[in-house]
Design a protein around this ligand. Structure first.
Ligand code: GTP
Ligand code: MG
Length: 198
């Protein structure tokens, strides 16, 4: 189920600027530098589609990419980047929150988590907020090429144990690497499955 064609559509700072059609969209969120833009490029087979950077805070707007004329991949700015002023952090937060709560096209949000580190308060709080607002989401553990398999499994176990303290059920989860392509087929097939049910 590979993607055949992807084109950049628009960068928006608020949802009134987002595409006006009713196509389904899948957005990617998570801490700055977790690998959102890189994952979108992996899914789209195009390393230059979404801009990536070694420095956090690269993506600053809501970016829509139209896939096969049928649905959108949406790259969002990261949260939790300490090196921006309070005002601009607040602005980003509002942009992300409005998008997630109000964008009717959004059918699933992928929450990206760095697979190398223990559960972070900011991610757990964000996931809790999604739950409170009944936002449909899945989780993606990124950068798994940087870990040995047994370490990855250990980290996932710790993460899920933490999640199960607050949740009765675990959300759908993926493990990915923008370097090796791991997880790409699984995410695309999940998206296609949802698209077919719409
Ligand atoms: P912001 O736009 O700043 O919020 O960041 P982002 O989440 O879009 O991250 P981005 O895709 O720009 O990647 C950040 C850095 O992590 C870049 O240096 C990427 O090359 C690197 N990176 C992303 N995904 C992977 C991965 O799967 N494996 C490895 N080894 N590096 C990755
Ligand atoms: Mg980015």
């Amino acid at each position: 189920m590979d993607i055949k064609q992807v084109e950049f559509c628009v960068s928006s700072s608020k949802i009134s600027q987002c595409p006006k059609d009713r196509r389904a969209e899948y957005a990617f969120i998570g801490r700055s530098n977790v690998g959102k833009s890189s994952l979108i490029n992996l899914l789209a087979n195009n390393k230059k589609l979404a801009h990536t950077s070694g420095k956090p805070g690269k993506t600053q707007l809501i970016n829509h990419f139209l896939v096969d004329q049928e649905w959108y991949l949406v790259d969002l700015p990261g949260y939790g980047y300490a090196k921006v002023s309070k005002t601009s952090r607040h602005k980003f937060q509002k942009m992300i929150e409005d998008y997630i709560l109000e964008r009717e096209n959004l059918v699933n949000l992928f929450v990206l988590i760095d697979s190398r580190i223990p559960p972070q308060k900011i991610d757990l709080e964000f996931i809790e907020w999604l739950g409170e607002n009944e936002v449909p989401f899945s989780m993606v553990f990124t950068k798994i090429d940087k870990l040995k398999n047994n370490q990855l499994n250990k980290n996932l176990k710790v993460y899920n144990k933490t999640l199960l303290e607050a949740w009765a059920q675990l959300p759908m989860q993926f493990s990915t690497s923008a370097e090796t392509g791991a997880g790409k087929a699984e995410i695309l097939s999940y998206i296609h499955q949802i698209n077919q049910q719409l």
